[in-house]
Design a protein around this ligand. Structure first.
Ligand SMILES: Cc1cc2nc3c(=O)[nH]c(=O)nc-3n(C[C@H](O)[C@H](O)[C@H](O)COP(=O)(O)O)c2cc1C
Length: 370
């Protein structure tokens, strides 16, 4: 029953949505990394994304480092992160306490924990826990940026509306670098703002219909070296997929062209190597920067599908788990009509944690701080 992920740089998550606090232990990070608290606050605010298209729950996400950091610099020992829960309203859940929310983890939590789980606000399965993940990931993301590695995620699709694609596929493209940096700090991260307005309107429409919508995120990582990952069970794809599928509401992950490879010919999608300015590069990046499980030096490019939020106030058939009776559920807690724009920061954080881990495995713990 472990809640730990990572080999050299590892994260453990703890807490429940309506408990005293949530938090993380980030272990294995090098000594000597400068902590930028303003940077971490910005990343946390992108996850909370407060607006009329997000949950009305208003958490300040006041994080506290209780170990592993001294005078604003990592010591190399486990970093303990605690974020108190300030805006809980558990009574919202009391009336429907024994009614299983369709699409949520209520039934599976019941089967695993025999009814002892804290169900308030989704307990340990709540998206709330991702604040601790984002806080830990922000430490890693900031450290990676000092090494010229940049992570940017945009909403490729939401409610059936598509954003523009990234402009280029080359590591050193100034336009791509600008796009990655831009989407990385946008509250609603799209390349085309007009498409972004349409998406936000579709989210509001779903909210007004007591419903919810999903979407697809696309992540681009710039500056990553060739040679990271293992050939079989710890391929870079499988480690990233493991981490990304751990994020609540993620139901699909694909790399490069992903499922679109299936109906193409080899001649259309092979990425040919080329010597450019004395360096090896590729003429395209259909494989999303990974071949044989190992990074090839092109930008990493992958997509993450986020399902529509399961907690909707439309009446839905369900069961009362105590009375073992069929019934109907209307959910009146505070929920997101879409998660996709908030989940993007969780995807960024997970990516940063994994990259710190694979870099440490290849070049040693201290590489990131040098
Ligand atoms: C940032 C974030 C916020 C979330 N907020 C909600 C929410 O308000 N309501 C809800 O039903 N699910 C929310 N979820 C998703 C649920 O936690 C998730 O669907 C549930 O745990 C079941 O897991 P699964 O969808 O991966 O099977 C959120 C997820 C994330 C990443």
């Amino acid at each position: 029953m472990k809640n730990t992920f990572g080999q050299s740089v590892a994260i453990t998550l703890f807490g429940e949505s309506h408990g005293q606090a949530i938090g993380a232990v980030l272990d294995g990070l090098a000594p000597g990394i400068k902590i930028d608290e303003a940077y971490i606050r910005t990343r946390l605010s992108l996850r909370s994304a407060r607006s009329n298209i997000s949950t009305p729950r208003s958490e300040t996400d006041q994080f506290e480092f209780v170990s592993g950091i001294h005078n604003g610099i990592t010591t190399g020992t486990p970093i303990g992160i605690v974020i108190p829960n300030m805006d809980t309203r558990s009574k919202d859940y009391q009336i429907t306490e024994h009614l299983l929310r369709p699409g949520h983890a209520d039934y599976t939590a019941y089967t695993k924990y025999h009814g002892y789980q804290d169900i308030r606000g989704g307990g340990h399965f709540s998206g709330r826990i991702t604040a601790a993940l984002v806080c830990a990931g922000a430490i890693c993301m900031h450290a990676l940026e000092q090494k010229n590695i940049f992570i940017g995620t945009h909403i490729k699709e939401c409610a059936g509306i598509s954003d523009d694609s990234f402009a280029d596929y080359r590591q050193n493209s100034p336009e791509l670098k600008q796009q990655v940096k831009d989407v990385s700090v946008k509250v609603f991260p799209v390349i085309n703002n007009v498409k972004g307005e349409l998406m936000q309107q579709a989210i509001l429409d779903a909210k007004n219909e007591s419903d919810s919508v999903g979407g697809i995120l696309e992540t681009c990582v710039l500056g990553i070296d060739a040679g990271l990952g293992e050939p079989w069970f710890d391929t870079l794809e499988s480690i990233l997929a493991h981490g990304l599928f751990s994020i609540p509401a993620v139901k699909g992950v694909s790399f490069g062209l992903g499922f679109d490879f299936a109906d193409k010919k080899g001649s259309q999608v092979n990425d040919s190597p080329v010597i450019h300015d004395g360096n090896i590069a590729f003429l395209s990046n259909h494989n999303g920067g990974i071949n044989g499980g190992i990074s090839n030096g092109m930008p990493l490019l992958y997509q993450t599908a986020i399902k529509p939020t399961s907690s909707i106030s439309k009446p839905q058939p369900t069961i009362d788990i105590l009375q073992k009776k069929n019934t109907t559920l209307e959910i009146h807690g505070r929920h997101d009509p879409a998660i996709v724009h908030r989940a993007r920061e969780v995807v960024n954080a997970m990516t940063a944690l994994i990259l710190c881990d694979v870099y440490a495995l290849r070049y040693g713990t201290d590489w990131i701080a040098k």
